[in-house]
Design a protein around this ligand. Sequence first.
Ligand code: FAD
Length: 373
Amino acid sequence: MNSFWLDSIENKTKFNKLENDISTDVCIVGAGIFGLTCAYYLMKQGYNVVLLEKEKDIASKTTGHTTAKITSQHNLIYKYLIDSLGESMAKKYLYVNQDAIENIAKIIEKEKIDCDFERQDSYVYTNNLDELEKIKLENEAVNSLGFKREFVTSTHLLFDVLGAIKFPNQAEFNPMKYAYGLAKCITSSGSSVIDGLVNAGSVGSVSVGDGIVENDSSNASSEGANKDSHSFTSNSTESNNSFSINSTGPINSFTESSDKHINSFKVTKGTGEIYTDTLVQNIEKENDEFITSCKDCVVKSKYVILASHYPFIDRLGYYFLKMYQSTSYVIAVDIGNKTFDGMYINSEQPTFSYRFVNGSNGKRLLLVGRCRS
Ligand SMILES: Cc1cc2nc3c(=O)[nH]c(=O)nc-3n(C[C@H](O)[C@H](O)[C@H](O)COP(=O)(O)OP(=O)(O)OC[C@H]3O[C@@H](n4cnc5c(N)ncnc54)[C@H](O)[C@@H]3O)c2cc1C
């Protein structure tokens, strides 16, 4: 049986299998939402990125089989986090997850990704008297983190609930449409140009990290985006600044400005390549380089990100001892005109998760997930 999300993509972009050795800045293993998001942000920061996916489609494993709610409400997690890791960590967890929602919204808006993104309130509810106290304690925990959330006794569900916590202004989307949208941005990168300023000193090299260009022999700095080292020379007199770029990397043109020591430059953003049907079998470090081995070829890179969901390189983690499988089932059902707002999950086991999706004929279908760990 195919995933509803996978079937919802028309004219899927086809990616090639990697068949020859290549080099890049960052090699990312796994093209689910995590790998694609890393590739997107790194490429925007000027890194050249190669994404390797073992399946024929991107995002076709976990990402393509989720309920695709975008929310910082993860069942009853905040009381647990406060009790086990303290308030500060719980707060960080909450705020990074809130940021993630807004970041996804920003990407969708900026890149014009058509992925059925909709704002929805999210609820964790119960109909079990024993759970009600836990829901109330969770609500207190969330509010103690400075995040005002509501305990409610009525929702839009078609049945009554004893109590629920409402997180307003969360979101839902179609994860496959989003993934293909990200992939398009990643693979069509490399042609856009960022303007920046170098406050040049005498002679030095422009080394760049995290989007900041720095001249390490003087006080040169800029909001550019490039990660390589580029040497340049500057006859740094008030009116005579000349640069020679000793690089094949992304900095590709400098122009002078009349300001003393200030020179504008243009930086090409990083490039992104995605290869599917490419199983990574091993990753090793040789000197300063990572060698990511597939069946018939290797990728050499400065950095590697394992975005494979399951960490298949199991050196020190002993994950095989700690991890276990759980199976969830999600189905899409036509329930006629009885659609309702919001996204829901109950707090007890087995878990039932609900939200609506747009069916191909424009009908709203109820997506129901059931999970027991
Ligand atoms: C039923 C269910 C519902 C969920 N609902 C939600 C939800 O509503 N909202 C939410 O935020 N989260 C939800 N999740 C959690 C979900 O797992 C994550 O949000 C997210 O989709 C995980 O993405 P990922 O990129 O880490 O993993 P994946 O999507 O699994 O991506 C990992 C990729 O790595 C590839 N890979 C693995 N090994 C290799 C290798 N050796 N070589 C090359 N490629 C490799 C895989 O093929 C895969 O494509 C749900 C999970 C489940 C199971």
